[in-house]
Design a binder for this molecule. Sequence first.
Ligand code: ZN
Length: 160
Amino acid sequence: MEIQDNIVVGMHYTVTNDNGDIIDTSEGNDPLMFLQGAGNIIPGLESALVGGKVGDEMEVSVEPEQAYGEYRDELRQQVPRDAFQGVDEVAIGMRFNAETDEGQITVRIAEVEGDTVTIDANHELAGERLHFSVRIESLREATDEELEHGHVHGPGGHHH
Ligand code: ZN
């Protein structure tokens, strides 16, 4: 069996940025389970995995546009501190959900200066080239229900 659309993949991964800092890893945890072809993982990694087999180890570098997108300046904006009424402390790194025309997004506080707060709706990894080191642990056919839902059920997946 090879990785192709509609296959459930179990994989260990470590992802680093250009500086070699580890951003995330599955080592020490169960493998990541995802449904290939359903957009469960970033496009650049998904396409690089096609044809992979159990036991394969791969090094994959993904450009920002195939990962979490380019950094968009227009998603960074300054708002008055008054906008955070009811929040005891407005601190850098805080995250909150905001309703926008495009639905709910996660915004984080990037800067606080006097009465001005800079919020940033870019994904934390926007603009980053990502380097994945992956090892394919398991492959199986997806069930009809998984295909319908577009995600994996059972161990490592959704429970509902
Ligand atoms: Zn489901």
